[in-house]
Design a protein around this ligand. Sequence first.
Ligand code: CTP
Ligand code: CA
Length: 219
Amino acid sequence: EDHFKNRDDLAGKKVLITAGPTREAFDPVRYLTNRSSGRMGYALAENAAERGAEVMLVSGPVAIEAPPKADLYPVESAAEMYDRVMELKERADIIIMCAAVADYAPANCAVHKMKKQESMTVELVKTKDILAELGREKKAFLAGFAAETQNLEQYAKDKLVRKNLDMIIANDVSAPEIGFDSSYNAVSIYKKNGETLHLPKDTKRKLAEKILTEIRNSI
Ligand code: CTP
Ligand code: CA
């Protein structure tokens, strides 16, 4: 059966996967976040575990169950995700940054709930780029995701080079019925060696299988 054809081909590999959104609080009841269900990252974690890998899953808040065979490290903010990834990265042979990390966080978080006013201004500061930091001192096979609404190929390839990645998996988040809250996705894979692979619409589970096979064949 197709599902089991890659059984144990990742045995002995340690795979660090990030998934889901991050939450950036500006008072005790309010936060900024990104759209992400966590499904793509969780599908990668599940497939890697099924293939015998030891999986570390660093996840922002999501509404889905973690694969039982993965070690789950829950985080909330981009800063927490950064710290956890930096702590776990030394152990990893493969790192896949699938999380929708917030690019900005409020400069300050109020201790008490803020009372509503006619308008308000929240100062935002850029978060640390986890993936770019991993690319600076690269020890593991490093894969990133790129979520784009236009110029997919160009922006994704820019990120591949700029962040010193081995692979980038690009998805068009403006395409209808795939991506975000869907069980389906469609991606293009760009590799450091110049190879390109287009994976048409399929379930996130199937795509996870194909992405991990590409990674397996690249290490
Ligand atoms: N990423 C990260 N840390 C951040 C922001 C993004 O590790 N603070 C990672 C994401 O997990 C993803 C990759 O970088 O694997 C690309 O994310 P994306 O949002 O597409 O790109 P950015 O570099 O943030 O650029 P922009 O949002 O302007 O397109
Ligand atoms: Ca971003």
